[in-house]
Structure formats: C-alpha cells, structure tokens
Design a binder for this molecule. Structure first.
Ligand code: CA
Length: 231
C-alpha cells in the first residue's frame, strides 16, 4: 500500500489525479496549500508527493525546498507538477530537491510510470514483490513471512509491522509514524502499542538472530537495518 499526497490548488486536477491513482491501489491524501500539506505530512507517512508548483501563498517549489532542508531523513520523494515547460524552470525545480518533474497537461500512463519509478528508486519499496534480508522473507502478495522457508506465525499487526519495516529499511521512524502507517489513522491506539509489538516481533526473530535488524533509535523511534547475520 503506497500513499501519495497531492498538493494542488485546482480541484479538477486533484480529482483527475485521484481518478488515475486510486484504481492502481494508491491511497491518496489531498492538500490545496503548503500549510495543509505540512500538517498532513506530520501525521502520516507518504511514499510520494505530487507537488503543484504554483500554489496560493507558499509555492510548491518553496515547500519542496523546506521539506528537503528540514526533514532530510524521512522526506518523501517529490514530483513537481507544473504548466511551466521552460527548461530553466525545470532545472530550478530539480535544484529545489524535487525527484522528478511533470509538465501539465500530462498523460495518465506517463504519470503512473514516473510515479512508480520514483517510489521504487526512493527506498527499495517494490510493488507486492517478495522482500528478503538474510533469510528473513516476506511475501506481500500472499501475506506470509518466513525464515529460511519456515513460516513465521505472526498476528496481522505483527505482519504489517514487519512488512512496513522491510519495505522501508534503513530509515528511522517515530512511533507516531509507525502507528499511523501500520495501524491506520482511524484507530486511536497508544504509542506504547508500537513498543509492545516491537518486543513481540523481536522475540519471534530472536532464535534466528534477525531481531538485531530492529534497532531502537534513541529519541526517535525505530529503524530496520538489515545486515549479514553474525551467528
Ligand atoms: Ca496551481
């Protein structure tokens, strides 16, 4: 499940993007200005931002610069959307830290291809493909996890937590972010729930040594750091 934040002040374009992206299985967040975008980004993890250049108030270009400067660790990749086809503007957009650039009007197919390419590039997050680190494997298409072909018996929450980590390796996440992503924003659960599940997951992974992949990041939260196992 990938979440895309659309930051665009024209309702028709937001609606069109939603129309293209939702059938592809993307979850969509929408903001029509920079302030709302920042608020949503503080509450939810997004895998990509589609950022309109010209927004009322703070521009999409300025917001992109700010995000890349202030949150370099977990800032999602940005695709700039703009009517400006000018080459110098394109360079300015990429200089701001945007990962790609799409000029309006765009074709739905090109848009989808670019989005998938940027998400893939941004963190080994591949679509429904099995992921494996040192014998610890997860198969999102079948909702199964295993260690060296031996099935791991996980609760649904433990499975989602492990999948989240394996799909986003080497990045530190706050408990709140993990909670929002794994438990969903509609559920009101305590941040300690994350610690409880991490403890259970570590326990399950201890016999094989994979528990060492789940690292506590002091003052932040947790990070999944796969490495060769030392037995
Ligand atoms: Ca606009």
């Amino acid at each position: 499940m990938h979440r895309i934040l659309i930051v665009e002040d024209e309702p028709e374009i937001r609606e069109m993007l939603r129309f293209i992206l939702e059938p592809e299985g993307f979850h969509i967040g929408e903001a029509d200005n920079a302030q709302d975008a920042r608020r949503l980004l503080s509450r939810q993890i997004y895998d990509l931002i589609l950022m309109d250049w010209m927004l009322p108030g703070r521009s999409g270009l300025e917001l992109t610069r700010e995000l890349k400067r202030k949150t370099p660790v977990n800032s999602p990749p940005v695709i700039m959307l703009t009517a400006k086809a000018d080459e110098s503007d394109k360079i300015l957009g990429l200089d701001s830290g945007a990962d790609d650039y799409i000029t309006k009007p765009f074709s739905p197919r090109e848009m989808l291809a670019r989005i998938k390419a940027v998400i893939r590039r941004s963190g080994g997050d591949d679509f429904e493909a099995p992921v494996e680190f040192a014998g610890l494997g997860i198969d999102p298409a079948h909702h199964t996890a295993c260690i060296d072909d031996t099935p791991l018996h996980l609760s649904p929450a433990e499975y989602r937590l492990l999948y989240f980590f394996m799909a986003h390796p080497n990045r530190a996440y706050a408990r709140r972010q993990i909670l929002d992503h794994v438990w969903g924003d509609e559920v009101c659960v305590d941040e300690r729930t994350v610690d409880v599940h991490i403890r259970r997951l570590r326990k399950l992974l201890t016999p094989s040594g994979h528990h060492q992949f789940i690292q506590t990041v002091r003052g932040v939260g947790y990070r999944f750091t796969p490495s060769p196992l030392n037995h």
